[in-house]
Design a protein around this ligand. Structure first.
Ligand SMILES: [Zn+2]
Length: 189
């Protein structure tokens, strides 16, 4: 799903009032699985590759497949969670929990672009019949569901946090949910 969805949902589940460290850790954990995607977007872009080359070719090649496998690995994040629990590191626990929520939401909505969610134990990928972006895999319905989910998370967070900084972040996250699909539709056609 979209990065903004992951940040909103993990925050709705885990964020607490007046706990800035915990809440920052949630943002980081919810974002980290998508780090490889942002690097894939930024690095080839700086080197002059086109949008369509990035997503239709480079995405499927190394090193991006391995980066994606690492950041989207249930075993790795469960390991981080266990180490956090054993060492009583709240930051580690919250980062891992936010990342696991991210993976759990992605798992049912990646079709052809499924991650190796259980790497390094196995290279198996769950190719879902549903996709959050691919119209060949019912994306309009998934997008509608994603939008409702985000709206619910947004309302929950809006009621929990009254500061202007958080609230403008919420508005920006909601706008990005519209902007990102429009950007890909306009550049990839
Ligand atoms: Zn993701």
């Amino acid at each position: 799903m979209n990065t903004a969805t992951h940040i909103l949902t993990a925050s709705a589940v885990l964020a607490r009032r007046n706990q800035p460290y915990r809440n920052t850790a949630i943002l980081i954990g919810a974002f980290l699985p998508d780090l490889s995607i942002f690097a894939l977007f930024a690095w080839p872009k700086m080197n002059g590759f086109s949008q369509s080359t990035i997503w239709r070719e480079l995405y499927w090649q190394e090193p991006w497949q391995t980066f994606g496998a690492i950041s989207n690995s249930f075993p790795i994040w469960l390991l981080v969670l266990s180490v956090g629990l054993m060492s009583r590191s709240k930051v580690m626990i919250v980062v891992a929990a936010a990342a696991i929520i991210h993976l759990a939401l992605d798992f049912p909505v990646h079709a052809d672009d499924a991650h190796k969610h259980f790497w390094p134990l196995t290279d198996w990928r769950f190719h879902s019949p549903l996709s959050y972006w691919d119209t060949n895999h019912h994306s309009p319905y998934v997008m509608a569901g994603e939008f409702v989910l985000c709206l619910a998370a947004l309302v929950a967070l809006w009621l929990r946090f009254s500061g202007w900084l958080v609230r403008s972040g919420l508005v920006a996250a909601m706008l990005s949910l519209i902007a990102v699909p429009v950007f890909f539709w306009a550049t990839l056609g």
